[in-house]
Design a protein around this ligand. Structure first.
Ligand SMILES: Nc1ncnc2c1ncn2[C@@H]1O[C@H](COP(=O)(O)OP(=O)(O)O)[C@@H](O)[C@H]1O
Ligand SMILES: [Mg+2]
Length: 301
C-alpha cells in the first residue's frame, strides 16, 4: 500500500498527534472521564486498557468528534477539536466497537460508499478499494455481501474502510472483542503492519494481552481516571518482576480469592513459595498485576 501524503509527520523531536488536557465528561451522575491528561506521539500504537465502564469508548467518542466533553481541551494534530469538525474527520479513521457495516452490500460496495462520503474521485476510490481489500486479505471476497462474512472478516473490512480516506491517525475501539484467539492475532498483525506504514494508532481494550503485546505505550483507565501510564515493561516493573499466584486454599487460610504476591526476582519468589501448597503459579508480572495493585481488583471483575 502506497501512502501518498499521509506519512508527512516531521520527526524533529517528538511530535504529538493527540494532546489531551484536563478532559472530563459528565453524564448526569456518572463521571465517564475524569480529568484525563494524555499525549499520543506520532507513530505510536497507544492502548487505553481498562475494564468495562472505565470510560474508554467515551474518550474515543470525544476524540473522534462524536461527543462533546464537559471540560478540558483536546488537540489533534495541533488543532482544537469540535463536534463534527470536517478537517479533523479527514485526518482520522474510526473503527467502532460495534459492527456498523452495511451487511446487504458487498465488501467493495461498503468501501466505495465510504469513499463517496469522503468525496474521493471515482478513480481514486476504485484504486484505494482494491489496494485496501488486498491489504486486509479480502480481495477474493470483494463481491460477497457482508452478511456472509465471519466476525474476523467484518473487523478487517471495518479497518480497511476506516483507511479509505488515508487518515494518519486510526482509532480502534476494542478491535478484537469477541474474536477467536487466532483471529485476534491476525488483527494484531494487521494493526502492526498499518502502523509500520506510518499510521498512528489509538486503541482501547480490556484484554491484558492485547495491550501488552501490541501497544508501545499503555494508559490504564479505571472509573474515568488514568491510573497508570507507560510502556508495558515500565508498568510491569512498577509492580515487581515475578508474581506468585496462590489460589484459594483452606490450608493457607486464603479462603475467598486468589492472592497475588510480587517479587523482585525469581529467587525471592521461589524462596517464598517453597513449602507452600503446590498448586500455586510462579510467573512474570503482567499488566493485570499492575491493575490489581492499583485498584485491588482484576480488569475482568
Ligand atoms: N450516553 C451515555 N449516557 C449516560 N452514561 C453513559 C453514556 N455513555 C457512557 N456512559 C457511562 O459512562 C461510563 C463509561 O462508559 P464507556 O466510555 O462506554 O466505558 P468503556 O468503553 O470503558 O466500557 C459508564 O459508566 C457508562 O455507563
Ligand atoms: Mg467501550
Amino acid at each position: 500500500m502506497k501512502r501518498q501524503g499521509v506519512v508527512t509527520v516531521q520527526r524533529q523531536g517528538v511530535f504529538y498527534l493527540i494532546e489531551i488536557s484536563g478532559l472530563c465528561k459528565q453524564y448526569k451522575e456518572v463521571r465517564a472521564v475524569d480529568n484525563l491528561n494524555l499525549t499520543v506521539k506520532a507513530g505510536e500504537i497507544f492502548g487505553l486498557l481498562g475494564p468495562n465502564g472505565a470510560g474508554k469508548t467515551t474518550v474515543i467518542r470525544i476524540l473522534t468528534t462524536l461527543a462533546r466533553p464537559t471540560g478540558g481541551k483536546v488537540l489533534i494534530n495541533g488543532r482544537k477539536i469540535s463536534r463534527g469538525n470536517a478537517v479533523i474527520k479527514r485526518e482520522i479513521g474510526v473503527v467502532s466497537q460495534r459492527e456498523n457495516l452495511d451487511i446487504k452490500l458487498t465488501a467493495r460496495e461498503n468501501m466505495e460508499l465510504h469513499g463517496r462520503l469522503f468525496k474521493l474521485p471515482p478513480g481514486e476510490r476504485r484504486a484505494r478499494t482494491k489496494e485496501l481489500l488486498d491489504f486486509v486479505n479480502l480481495s477474493e471476497r470483494a463481491a460477497t455481501a457482508v452478511e456472509h462474512f465471519s466476525g474476523g472478516m467484518k473487523r478487517r473490512l471495518m479497518i480497511a474502510r476506516a483507511l479509505m480516506h488515508e487518515p494518519r491517525l486510526l482509532f480502534l475501539d476494542e478491535p478484537t472483542v469477541g474474536l477467536d484467539p487466532q483471529v485476534r492475532r491476525k488483527i494484531w498483525d494487521l494493526i502492526r503492519s498499518l502502523n509500520n506504514r506510518g499510521i498512528t494508532v489509538l486503541l482501547t481494550t480490556h484484554y491484558i494481552e492485547e495491550a501488552e503485546l501490541l501497544c508501545h505505550r499503555v494508559g490504564i483507565m479505571n472509573r474515568g481516571r488514568l491510573i497508570a501510564l507507560g510502556t508495558p515493561t515500565e508498568l510491569k516493573q512498577k509492580v515487581g518482576k515475578v508474581v506468585v499466584e496462590i489460589p484459594n486454599n483452606r490450608v493457607t487460610g486464603y479462603n475467598d480469592e486468589t492472592k497475588y504476591l510480587v517479587f523482585e526476582n525469581r529467587g525471592e519468589a521461589l524462596r517464598y513459595a517453597s513449602g507452600l501448597q503446590d498448586n500455586l503459579v510462579i510467573r512474570e508480572s503482567n499488566l493485570e498485576d499492575v491493575f490489581v495493585e492499583l485498584t485491588g481488583h482484576k480488569v475482568g471483575d
